[in-house]
Ligand binder design. Structure first.
Ligand SMILES: NC(=O)c1ccc[n+]([C@@H]2O[C@H](COP(=O)([O-])OP(=O)(O)OC[C@H]3O[C@@H](n4cnc5c(N)ncnc54)[C@H](O)[C@@H]3O)[C@@H](O)[C@H]2O)c1
Length: 375
């Protein structure tokens, strides 16, 4: 960019910011009010912390189907602030309508609430279509009544299936979904895209997460799987702490360096930060389109054995594991092309795999400490 272009861009940004400030003054408030659905869940709680730290007003909706009210205490402990909280099931359309009547000044929504277990979605598809799609439609319906609103959607790299090329860019084709869960993310994105087309005041971004792991460095909040963990890292930490006898590595005959599957593991703290950046882009009207999609990953793939080795290195704990048969539906490799997020959002993951695993371990130790106290 030459100095002339830079000065134009700078002037535009100042204009946009002044415009936003004037709008806020007109609305008689300086802070944006953000609804975080699923805000007591794993990624939601870390994003709520990031929002509060940046001085947003936050209202959380969560029905506690996959979280605990204690998470609210963790958020308060970290931020010294307590966000408003509504224990509400988004599948109840009337409750959603009443919520937006009670909070007419919501400027934006970050929509995490959903069911996320792939295996369960195969066994109970209607639960997934109802919880992941009805809820989305009900929230969007209320938002689209507003003159202006912002919406961030939790999508997933699962929409790419086994991509033909690595790293995976946002231009890679969306493949036929391999599970009802994956299908809800694909359909969810289409619902948002179609809605934005006819509601120009509604501005939305779908964020396609790769593999979120880790916990807040304080150890006050983290991933709290109910029952047997579906993901690798909680399985690792629960095995290391002695809750599980040994870890199963599903398949060592994939066409990768060491034969185990490769994924792009991203620290939940980086993910939380990316939500703020995406939200700001929409609130400050810096987006050219009113709908866009971004990958959120580190851009680096790590095999299951690399994750195990890194965990052992950073924690000094030996992990008992065995090689098991391949799991149906597992793809060989997935890691993100992060150029779009970097160039457009000016966001890049900062934390390493070791940082993320260390924080997950700290969290697991806190969880067991608490469980022991309670028993
Ligand atoms: N964690 C991952 O590996 C991953 C990867 C890609 C995408 N995602 C998506 O990110 C989002 C958040 O994931 P997470 O890992 O934080 O999940 P999570 O289960 O920890 O959080 C979801 C939260 O939503 C709440 N919730 C669910 N249904 C609800 C309803 N009907 N009404 C109100 N609250 C409801 C749950 O109680 C929970 O607190 C989900 O949409 C998920 O599909 C997650």
């Amino acid at each position: 960019m030459n100095p002339f272009q830079a000065s134009i861009r700078c002037t535009e940004e100042v204009d946009v910011n002044i415009f936003t400030i004037l709008q806020r003054i007109r609305k008689n408030k300086m802070k944006s009010k953000i609804l975080v659905t699923g805000g007591l869940g794993f990624i939601g709680s870390h994003t709520v912390v990031a929002l509060l730290e940046q001085d947003y007003d936050v209202v959380i909706i969560d029905n506690l189907s996959n979280s605990s009210i204690e998470v609210l205490g963790g958020i308060t402990k970290i931020t010294q602030k307590t966000p408003e909280f509504e224990n509400l099931d988004l599948r109840n359309k009337d409750s959603v309508i009443q919520f937006f009547e009670k909070y007419p000044d919501i400027d934006g929504v970050i929509h995490f609430a959903a069911s996320k277990a792939v295996g369960e979605s195969v066994e109970n598809p209607l639960l997934y279509y109802e919880n992941n799609l009805n809820t989305l439609v009900y929230v969007l319906k209320q938002l689209s009544k507003k003159e202006e609103a912002c919406f961030i959607f939790s999508s997933s790299c699962t929409v790419y299936g086994q991509a033909d090329e690595m790293p995976i860019s946002e231009n890679a084709p969306v493949k036929k979904a391999m599970s009802p869960y994956g299908n809800t993310k694909q359909i969810g994105e289409e619902i948002i895209r179609d809605t934005c087309k006819v509601h120009p005041g509604l501005k939305a971004i779908s964020l396609r997460y790769f593999n979120p792991i880790g916990a807040h460095p304080s150890g006050e909040i983290g991933e709290l799987p109910i029952g047997t963990p579906q993901n690798l890292v909680p399985f690792i930490t629960q095995t290391a702490i002695g809750k599980r006898e040994r870890l199963s590595v599903y398949g060592d005959d994939y066409p990768t360096g060491d034969g185990t599957c490769i994924r792009d593991y991203i620290h939940v703290m980086d993910l939380a930060e990316a939500h703020i950046v995406a939200l700001k882009r929409l609130l400050e009207k810096r987006s050219e389109n009113n709908y866009d999609v971004f990958n959120l990953g580190t851009g680096k793939g790590n095999s299951v054995l690399e994750v195990i080795n890194t965990f052992e290195e950073v924690t000094g704990k030996k992990l008992p594991y065995k090689i098991a048969d391949r799991r149906e539906g597992d793809i060989t490799a997935a890691y993100a092309d992060t150029n779009k997020a970097h160039n457009v959002l000016n966001w890049k993951a900062k934390f390493t795999l070791g940082d993320a695993l260390e924080s997950a371990w700290k969290w697991e130790k806190k969880v067991i400490e608490k469980e022991n106290k309670e028993s």
